[in-house]
Design a protein around this ligand. Structure first.
Ligand code: F3S
Length: 103
């Protein structure tokens, strides 16, 4: 599966979840997460992210490998919450102080 990593922190552009054919994105106040059980590795979301936050598990940069477990744990918890935690539409970008936006 694919995972969302550090660059999503405080950004939440949400361009990713819109194109996901299996609606496997979940959110909290900080960032989005992919449910690894539902992700089909289509890679549609990867080029959509303006800050290159999404990687395949096996191709995750070394400093962000902890996000593999984080996506699994957070997605599971947020899936249980349901409602707005399950995100499939674009929201206004958060672009907070931690956002490493390139554009
Ligand atoms: Fe985050 Fe990028 Fe999606 S900033 S919300 S992973 S488009």
């Amino acid at each position: 599966p694919h995972i969302v990593t550090a660059n999503c922190n405080d950004c939440k552009y949400t361009d990713c979840c819109v194109v996901c054919p299996v609606e496997c994105f979940y959110q909290d106040d900080t960032m989005l997460y992919i449910d690894p059980n539902d992700c089909i590795d289509c890679e549609a979301c990867v080029p959509e992210c303006p800050v290159e936050a999404i990687y395949s598990e096996g191709n995750t940069p070394a400093q962000w490998t902890s996000y593999v477990q984080l996506n699994k744990d957070k997605a599971e918890a947020l899936k249980a919450v349901g409602g707005e935690a399950h995100i499939t539409d674009k929201h206004d970008a958060k672009e907070g102080p931690g956002c490493k936006a390139k554009a």
